[in-house]
Design a binder for this molecule. Structure first.
Ligand code: PLP
Length: 356
């Protein structure tokens, strides 16, 4: 099995892959409702919330769209500090949602000061932000931004894309008073791709009540009604739900604190290695705990490095979009251990030694 050091999808444990091979059941059966009923409290523990968690048969982008369709009644302010913030902005535009961008230089975070100033300049009823920008390797100071933004406007919808950080990084949804925290299955959850999750606040559901055209597939009110019976509006990805139950058991057995700590240690290892040999793209103090974006200061040929690593069954990620070539990325999330990461870094060192 190839070892994935890309920032998603990530490796999935055999036990979790095998859980998917159980028999498919009808999605209106009691067995399915029981499964959903067992999953919900475990998901709440991982998200550290009493809010409902909707599970969709989509990737995270679906819920990026859903969050905007359900929660923006007037005008959205969207923070952009990399490619995934840009993507979410494009989602807003394609849904004809009135939106303004708040851009930070790539490699830098969005800051609470910038957000507060923007919220004071104009009326916004929603703020969207990517917690962990997978392209630049920047983690935004979300706790600070959320609390300062809430002070400016207590009714503001705070919508967070935590696609590459939820379940790997501490994001206490209730403590930080977040309205939507969305993520995908294939990153820190270490599940196969195909599911997305959103922790949705009561305030967000009340907002949705006043928005007539929320779309159908990601209509939060429809999800809420079905979830009351432990069901989903449309056919769920039943076999992925089996995998989810098994993986949530594994995550809680590891303990969420221990899991966050493991991710923090992996990041430290990757970043100190990269600083010794290259340089880091993300500004100090805002470096991601799940992905390290390395500035390619040695001008190495990524394709050559990639082919070299392939011989040891290891997969690394090139820079994303316009950062291709200028950077490469080391994903260290999900099931990755420090031994795994050390062997990858050792192989990259072997590649560098060959060039000397
Ligand atoms: N947001 C971030 C921060 C991401 O890293 C990604 C994918 O890498 C996405 C959104 C899109 O998620 P998905 O591919 O699950 O739709």
């Amino acid at each position: 099995m190839p070892k994935l050091f890309i920032p998603g999808p990530t490796n999935v444990a055999d036990e979790v892959l095998e859980a998917q091979t159980k028999a498919v059941i009808g999605h209106r059966s009691q067995a399915l409702a029981d499964l959903m009923g067992r999953i919900q409290p475990m998901l709440k523990q991982v998200f550290q919330t009493e809010n409902r968690i909707f599970i969709t048969a989509s990737s995270g982008s679906g819920l990026q769209e859903g969050a905007l369709r359900n929660c923006v009644a007037e005008r959205l302010l969207i923070c952009v500090c990399g490619a995934f913030g840009e993507r979410w902005h494009a989602v807003a535009l394609s849904n004809a949602i009135p939106v303004d961008r708040l851009d930070a230089t790539w490699g830098e975070p969005n800051t609470a000061e910038q957000v507060v100033a923007a919220l004071q300049r104009k009326n916004y009823d929603a703020l969207a932000i990517v917690h962990n920008e997978t392209s630049t390797g920047v983690e935004n100071p979300l706790a600070d931004i959320a609390s300062r933004a809430r002070q400016v406007n207590p009714d503001l919808m705070i919508l967070v894309d935590a696609v590459s950080s939820a379940a790997g990084v501490d994001i206490p949804v209730d403590e930080w008073d977040l309205d939507v925290l969305l993520t995908s299955s294939q990153k820190c959850f270490a599940l196969p791709p195909g599911l997305a999750f959103a922790a949705v606040s009561e305030r967000a559901l009340q907002r949705a009540e006043n928005i007539p055209y929320r779309g159908w597939y990601f209509d939060f009110l429809l999800y809420k009604r079905y979830l009351e019976r432990n069901m989903t509006p449309a056919t769920p990805a039943v076999t992925l739900l089996y995998a989810l139950e098994t993986q949530l058991g594994r995550i809680l057995e590891e303990g969420i604190r221990a899991r966050f700590e493991r991710h923090r240690e992996l990041a430290q290892l990757a970043q100190s290695w990269a600083q010794d040999r290259f340089a880091l793209f993300a500004a100090e103090g805002y470096r991601s705990k799940t992905v390290t974006t390395v500035r390619n200061t040695r001008g190495i040929d990524f394709n050559q490095l990639s082919s070299f690593l392939q011989k040891s069954d290891m997969v690394l990620a090139n820079g994303y979009g316009k950062l291709k070539g200028e950077t490469f990325r080391i994903g260290h999330m999900g099931e990755t251990t420090s031994a795994d990461l050390q062997s990858l870094l050792g192989q990259i060192d072997a590649f560098l030694a060959l060039r000397e």
